[in-house]
Design a protein around this ligand. Structure first.
Ligand SMILES: [Zn+2]
Length: 133
């Protein structure tokens, strides 16, 4: 994986790891989760996607997610990559989309957030995740 995409993922999960109370991402060679990039040319407007998340596992949460390298903003902006990685990992942790159109800056889970400025989980997102575990 190209360093610029890897950096977005690492920055995102490191940020979650330093702030969450009960859940961490672990970088292990035997991990069942897959974090990757894909050239999803059928959906050039798509930034990223979580394609699988196992909610039945008690102690670990296997998931598979990617950044879409056919999206020009993903290719060209480190902040858009960070915002998208943080959003997809938020799904991996159990968060759903938020529809709060009045305060999009309050959550990385808002679909229509400004991806150039809302680039990591907000305190609201962290509180919501901690409540799940
Ligand atoms: Zn989403």
């Amino acid at each position: 994986m190209d360093t610029k995409y890897r950096n977005a993922w690492v920055e995102s999960y490191s940020n979650y790891n330093s702030r969450l109370k009960y859940k961490t991402f672990q970088n292990r060679s035997d991990a069942k989760s897959i974090i990757e990039v894909q050239y999803d040319s059928d959906k050039p407007g798509r930034y990223g996607r979580i394609v699988y998340r196992n909610t039945n596992s008690k102690y670990s949460t296997p998931f598979r997610t990617y950044l879409n390298t056919s999206n020009i903003h993903i290719r060209n902006s480190a902040n858009v990559r960070r915002s998208t990685a943080s959003h997809e990992l938020g799904h991996a942790l159990g968060l759903k989309e938020l529809e709060d159109k009045s305060k999009p800056e309050h959550s990385v889970m808002y679909k229509h957030r400004d991806r150039y400025s809302v680039i990591r989980a907000t305190s609201l997102d962290i509180i919501r995740i901690d409540k799940l575990y």
